[in-house]
Design a protein around this ligand. Structure first.
Ligand code: PDD
Length: 277
């Protein structure tokens, strides 16, 4: 594959990072995962906007404008002849310099992006998946899409070891989101989810879910639900650029509703298909 590194395109084996790199040593950077369907970006502007917000929040000066970045990302797909379903991963770190917790003077941000084929997970989206609950061990600024993912990694691994697709995180009894997705509960025809505050990632798909609900006259309630509320849920689902809208059919070993993907979830999945297709 051809990798976008800074503003250059290089072969993947030409990309190397110095040992004193702040992304590696401090997780001092931010990232995005953008979905590509049949060679076209989905929600590109939303992801680019969020990257700029994340970088500004940790005081990284990006070496390009939004327009320049969008152009580089288009070229990335062209150069790799991406015409299938894929994802693009991109990350920006504060740069390379002698190790010091404080920002080094005159450091230049490091940036790279690559595309990888990613078929849609049609089985999980049709049948739904099981999830576990997990304590949300993250910091207060989860709206920043930071490279510091250790709590997310550990939670996801526990889910995997339990045969589950996701770990649903909770803090002070309230469900915040999934380890790499936003989380929703459906009750009496209403969709409940944690408000887009600083302690969750403002998902690009979440933004669309809100719009789909508006279009379909489904109340979208930004009111965090509690872990104990899940036993009374009619439906549950998660959303992300990679999982799209995936029904959740089991929570900590107990069925949700009838244990099959619910009606509201399916309506939203249909709206997603229309939007992304
Ligand atoms: N993660 N919440 C968290 C903690 C996430 O990591 C993600 C996405 C989301 C959903 O955001 P979006 O709808 O913009 O994809 C919510 C990506 C897919 C990842 O880390 O691989």
């Amino acid at each position: 594959p051809i990798i976008l590194s800074g503003k250059e395109f290089v072969n993947h084996d030409e990309l190397s990072y110095p040992f004193e790199e702040r992304g590696l040593q401090f997780g001092d950077g931010v990232y995005e995962v953008i979905r590509v369907y049949s060679g076209s970006y989905y929600l590109l502007n939303e992801h680019v906007d969020r990257l700029f917000r994340s970088a500004a929040a940790i005081k990284i000066a990006l070496p390009f404008s939004k327009n320049e970045l969008r152009e580089l990302l288009d070229q990335l797909l062209e150069k790799n002849m991406v015409d299938m379903d894929a994802k693009v991963y991109l990350q920006v770190t504060r740069g390379s310099a002698a190790r010091d917790h404080a920002f080094p003077a005159d450091v230049a941000a490091n940036f790279y992006a690559y595309a990888q084929e990613l078929p849609r997970n049609l089985v999980a989206m049709k049948s739904g998946g099981s999830v576990i609950s997990h304590k949300d061990l993250r910091w207060d600024w989860c709206y920043i899409k930071s490279l510091n993912l250790l709590p997310n990694v550990l939670a996801k691994q526990e889910a995997k070891e339990s045969g589950c697709v996701e770990a649903i995180l909770h803090k002070d009894g309230l469900v915040t989101e999934g380890s790499s997705s936003n989380a929703y509960l459906v009750r009496d025809g209403k969709v409940f989810t944690h408000p887009a505050k600083e302690n969750i990632l403002h998902g690009c798909v979440r933004m669309r879910v809100e719009q789909f609900c508006r279009d379909l006259d489904i109340p979208f309630v930004e009111d965090a639900f509690r872990v104990e509320d899940i036993q009374y849920a009619d439906e549950m689902f998660i959303s992300s650029s990679t999982a799209e809208i995936t029904p959740v059919i089991e929570f900590d070993g107990k069925k949700i509703g009838n244990g099959v993907p619910g009606e509201v979830t399916q309506k939203l999945q249909h709206a997603y298909e229309q939007d992304a297709g």
